[in-house]
Design a protein. Structure first.
Lengths: 753, 183
């Protein structure tokens, strides 16, 4: 469907759908992903992982492994520098380096099943695997805990001896599994609840889910004889990978080059380093390139899932349908180390609604799961599942249409969020209106065990640092170098913004993602920031080039540069005109090459809102849920390449459907994951979902020259709540636990009847 | 070191011989011995389909096939699909429909699509979804992939008509031969 544009502006390139610049490489199998690298002399590393969810490591004996023919190096935590607590900012989230080091290779204690304990490098992956099995580790198993509320109890097994609760700056003197307590409060909550006509309070649970990217983590490191470390890796951020690796190894960043390979998905899970520092120390020991690739079970057990959670929501409204008070209590898994996604969870929980009186308490909770990591709008989906379910229930109780109820209470420009910020121009109301006017919402849904649900979602969309540079070629094309790794077509969405600025075609820009020595510092591809912030850098590169090209035209025409005007790639002055391409051919004799550059650090957030509509049918015998129809409505600000904007909306929605219906970490009685494979960790297949209809709303972001807001994360926020609301409409059962898998839904339906 | 076995096979229309250990998968041989890295490893246990190749025209997860099973077989990989500097219509449709984001699953999807359309020139949406259910994509939500398969079917039908005419005029053109084979 064509974008709904609230402020029509004419563009030549923006809003079109050119073929992506890396397309041919990706459909022919030529694109080089991390595991496709073939370097002379490469040896293969393998990690030995803890079989226990919680255990003290008494000893590690690597001698038998070292004796195996073909083994060239062995490493344990003893090979990593001892680090003091230090917080490093990773763009989307931050990390304590001492904890990161202990996550990369366990220091004294294994904190989850799958925790890396030792590593070995050998001449073939098979030999490395055999060698890893020969490493003898003596463990003292300890009691473990995975459920977030159990982990908060005073008598719960303690993961760390030095963690005490920091509650809004005040540190407790007792150790606990709760590193952080967050509290936000606005207005007079108790008084407001006492005046509400209707108050609903509900509790919600969600299971751990994984980002599920199809490409396992893979890194190759070469510690060269000159002391320089080069790492080829699958990462969302080459610079943050460089920073983490340098800090963990206590070497200067200038000693490390990170070369980002093509990346086979990340969704937030490929920001923290796992293999990079280990491959580096193995390479330092053996003097050869060391390549490390995870198996799928290692990805599930050894890398970050997103938090499982417990959320309690209380909302009060007047009979007329005005929300007057809200209270939220959230506890999220941090996993093995502090620093989960509770912060954004607390900030997002009421982010869609005007609430003059609200109170939010959030707890970051340590438990024996892998350290949780960002997953597409990290922390927001769990919160929205709870809040949007209660909103639906309130609307029903008040007898108000769920979209009308949301419209009545929707945030707009000037609304204050409970954590403080006041929204600039946003497009939430517009997404609700577009949903209301959609063919889907206007269609009739009939039939037994069928129901329609709706829910909304919010994500900040961050700004942060991006660099880009471009040079003009004599044939009128422009080569663009950028620092943002391209996970889903951002080479093209960034290049299109440069093309628009210069007045040339998208195809005339040749984008390339550079390594950490080839471009200025650029933050991660995450936080839905790349098309926004790196796109802004490309725009500024364009302005820089236009300025220089105008000077060249002025030189040709013997006039002042200020007298040269440029529009749509044509430079004009006093009746003379020359195209960008013609001018490009004259650069060599008007002063030489033209190079444009930009370094930006725009203020976020750009505030993305979306509303999802879903029709489901529930099989009364098996409780299997079939998605009949699905529509995603989202404010993109401005869709640079609508095809890839739709792709983000569709992909996020289907990940959300998976989260809603099937995906979960299942643990046995010793807190070991039972389903660390794609067959048993059930992600949606093509057969599980229908076509995903999309409606792109465009309320331009005032902080971007083309109005871009970023789109990647918002679409995962609403689906679980929308699905739960639809399942209620179909069955009369309110599901308050994810996933709403057949056994769980069947039990709930049976209990009702 | 395990003793290696000599295997004679055909890959993308060319005769190929290789040595492999009995425990090595076809995927490992393709990627590590023959440097054909277009087939990807996502799970190594047959659940994701990123390593899909055609073995005697049947789509298989090459991680579940042993290298030695290639003896005497015909194998088609993503590397053999485009010819004479032209993308195959399926590849072209995947690009035009923005049916990929990170691209890691794309070679597998394209090979599964090839196998499907070789058997069924005009599959309905349900058939496409059913036949591609062995290939996981985590980025796209499948919508644009399904559309790309639908558009590929249309493009191939058009090409089949056109290449039939072309064949009469120019014999020996590899591109034409490939397209006839598709039909």
């Amino acid at each position: 469907m064509a974008p709904k544009n609230t402020e029509a502006k004419k563009y030549n390139v923006i809003g079109t759908r050119p073929i992506r610049h890396d397309g041919a490489d990706k459909v022919t199998g030529r694109a080089i992903y991390g595991s496709d690298l073939r370097m002379t002399g490469t040896v293969h590393g393998k990690i030995l992982r803890s079989p226990h969810a919680h255990a003290r490591i008494l000893s590690i004996d690597t001698s038998a492994a070292e004796r195996l023919p073909g083994v060239v190096a062995v490493a344990t935590a003893a090979d990593l520098p001892n680090l003091k607590d230090k917080i490093a900012n990773l763009g989307e989230g931050s990390v304590n380096l001492a904890h990161l080091s202990a996550n990369v290779l366990a220091h004294g204690k294994a904190l989850y099943k799958g925790h890396a304990v030792a590593a070995v490098a050998a001449t073939s992956p098979h030999v490395a695997e055999e060698a890893a099995k020969l490493i003898k580790v003596e463990y003292e198993p300890l009691p473990s805990v995975t459920w977030v509320l159990d982990a908060m109890k005073d008598d719960a097994p303690r993961l760390h001896d030095d963690v005490r609760t920091n509650s809004m700056g005040k540190k407790s003197d007792k150790t606990s599994n709760v590193p952080t307590h967050i509290h936000f409060e606005m207005g007079n909550v108790d008084e407001a609840f006492s005046k509400a006509d209707v108050v609903i309070e509900r509790e919600f649970k969600t299971a751990s889910v994984h980002q599920g990217y199809i490409e396992p983590h893979v890194s190759t490191a070469l510690w060269n004889e000159d002391g320089h470390l080069t790492i080829w890796t699958s990462t969302q951020g080459s610079f943050t990978a460089r920073q983490q690796t340098a800090e963990l190894l206590q070497i200067p960043v200038s000693q490390v080059t990170v070369v980002p390979c093509e990346i086979g998905g990340g969704f937030g899970g490929k920001i923290a380093v796992y293999l990079e520092p280990v491959a580096a120390i193995l390479s330092r020991k053996c003097g050869r390139p060391v390549k490390m690739t995870m198996n799928r079970d290692e990805v599930f057990e050894g890398t970050g899932p997103t938090p499982g959670s417990f959320v309690r929501i209380k909302l009060g409204a007047t009979k007329a349908g005005q929300l007057v008070a809200g209270e939220a209590w959230l506890a999220y898994d941090a996993g093995a180390f502090p620093g989960g996604m509770i912060g954004p969870g607390c900030m997002c929980v009421f982010s869609c609604y005007e609430l003059a009186n609200a109170r939010v308490d959030g707890y970051d909770v340590l438990n024996n799961k892998p350290k949780t990591q960002a997953y597409r709008a990290p922390g927001a989906t769990q919160a929205a599942f709870a809040c949007e379910s209660v909103i639906d229930e309130l609307a029903e109780k008040l007898g108000i249409d769920p979209i009308e109820f949301r419209l009545q209470n929707a945030v707009k420009e000037g609304s204050r969020r409970v954590d403080g910020p006041v929204y600039p121009k946003i497009g939430f109301i517009e997404t609700l209106q577009a949903a209301q006017n959609s063919p889907h919402w206007k269609s009739k849904l009939e039939g037994k065990y069928r129901g329609r649900g709706i829910a909304s979602g919010f994500w900040f969309n961050i700004g942060l640092k991006s660099c880009a540079a471009a040079h003009v070629n004599p044939d009128g094309t422009v080569s663009l170098v950028e620092g943002s790794t391209d996970i889903g077509g951002t080479r093209t969405s960034v290049a299109m913004q440069l093309a628009e600025t210069l007045g040339i075609t998208a195809e005339a820009v040749k984008p390339r993602v550079a390594d950490t020595d080839g471009v200025g510092y650029t933050d991660v591809t995450g936080g839905s920031r790349t098309t926004f912030a790196t796109g802004l850098a490309a725009y500024e590169v364009g302005l820089d080039i236009v300025k220089q090209m105008s000077e060249r035209a002025a030189l040709l025409w013997e006039c002042k540069a200020s007298e040269v005007k440029c529009a749509d790639g044509v430079y004009q002055s006093n009746g003379k005109s020359i195209t960008f391409k013609e001018l490009a051919a004259k650069l060599s004799h008007t002063g030489g090459p033209v190079v444009g550059r930009a370094a930006v650090d725009p203020e976020g957030p750009s505030n993305g809102f979306g509303t999802h509509i879903v029709d489901v049918e529930v099989d009364p015998e098996t409780a299997k849920v079939t998605v009949l129809r699905y529509t995603v409505v989202q404010d993109a600000g401005k869709a640079i390449h609508p095809g890839y904007v739709e792709g983000q909306m569709q992909g996020g929605a289907v990940q959300g459907i998976g989260w809603a219906l099937n995906e979960e970490y299942i643990f046995d009685d010793k807190d070991r994951m039972l389903n660390a494979n794609y067959l048993d960790y059930r992600m949606p297949t093509a057969l599980d979902v229908p076509m995903i209809e999309t409606i792109i709303v465009e309320v331009p972001n005032p902080a971007h020259p083309y109005g871009v807001r970023g789109v990647g994360e918002t679409p995962i926020v609403a689906p679980p709540a929308a699905m739960a609301n639809a399942i209620y409409a179909a069955t009369g059962v309110r599901m308050r636990e994810l996933p709403m898998s057949p056994p769980r839904l069947w039990a709930a339906m049976s209990a009702k009847s | 070191m395990a003793k290696k076995i000599h295997v004679t096979t055909e890959i993308n229309g060319e005769p190929v011989e290789f040595l492999c250990e009995a425990r090595q998968s076809l995927l490992e041989v393709l990627r590590d011995t023959l440097q054909l890295t277009g087939a990807k490893e996502g799970c190594n246990n047959g659940n994701c389909g990123a390593c899909t190749v055609l073995l005697d025209d049947q789509p298989v997860d090459s991680c579940l096939v042993l290298g030695v099973e290639a003896e005497g077989a015909r194998i088609a990989t993503i590397e053999g699909l485009a010819c004479a500097a032209h993308l195959h219509p399926i590849q072209q449709c995947f690009l035009e429909d923005a049916a990929l984001q990170c691209g890691i699953c794309t070679p597998g999807f394209i090979m599964s699509t090839k196998a499907l359309l070789d058997r069924d020139a005009n599959p309905d949406e349900h058939t496409i979804r059913f036949q591609l259910a062995g290939n996981l994509c985590r980025c796209t939500g499948y919508d644009k992939i399904v559309r790309a398969v639908q558009d590929s079917a249309k493009a191939l039908a058009k090409n089949a008509v056109r290449s039939g005419t072309e064949r009469d005029q120019s014999n020996g053109n590899r591109n034409t031969t490939e397209r006839i084979q598709i039909r």
